[in-house]
Design a protein around this ligand. Structure first.
Ligand code: F3S
Length: 66
């Protein structure tokens, strides 16, 4: 699984890095950003889904890898 944040949608609500700080961080202005290359380590899929479900802007995109 891979996560990305759509910067057009992110309004800086910060739910992502509160709920899944192992996957997301914040930039200087409080907007979310994906840590590293966005590949979700085994065992953190649930955290990624929780973060995506809690983003009020639906800015977090999950991509299931084949
Ligand atoms: Fe942005 Fe959503 Fe996170 S609005 S800061 S991606 S919770």
């Amino acid at each position: 699984m891979k996560v990305t944040i759509d910067p057009q949608r992110c309004q800086g609500h910060g739910r992502c890095y509160d709920l899944a700080p192992e996957l997301f961080g914040e930039d200087d202005e409080g907007y979310g950003r994906v840590l590293g290359d966005g590949v979700v380590p085994p065992g953190e899929e649930r955290a990624a889904r929780v973060a995506a479900a809690n983003c009020p802007e639906r800015a977090i995109v999950l991509a299931e890898e084949a």
